[in-house]
Design a protein around this ligand. Sequence first.
Ligand code: FES
Length: 108
Amino acid sequence: MITIRLHGPGAGETREIEGRAGQSLMEAAVKANVTGIEADCGGLLTCATCHVYVREPFSSTLPPPTEDEAGMLEFTAAQRRPNSRLSCQIVLDPTTQGLTVDLPPHQH
Ligand code: FES
């Protein structure tokens, strides 16, 4: 299993969840009922409500966003930052062990 940490915005809740290799970060978070990842489109890359801010070192080591993800990142409700990613496009594998992200203040 792959451990992921999600920090809520501000003094919000911090969750540690487990995911499987091959699963997306969004899928693992939704399965664990994480508050703050809406994922309205279910991973079809049409909603941008699965937005997260990826902490280092993972922000640098994850495969870069595809052109489609980068385009959709223009539509995040919360401010886009250099480490913004759509969690439905982050595929868990052994290199993402300990992946840590911050949740944006809102997804709509
Ligand atoms: Fe809709 Fe990621 S779940 S873009």
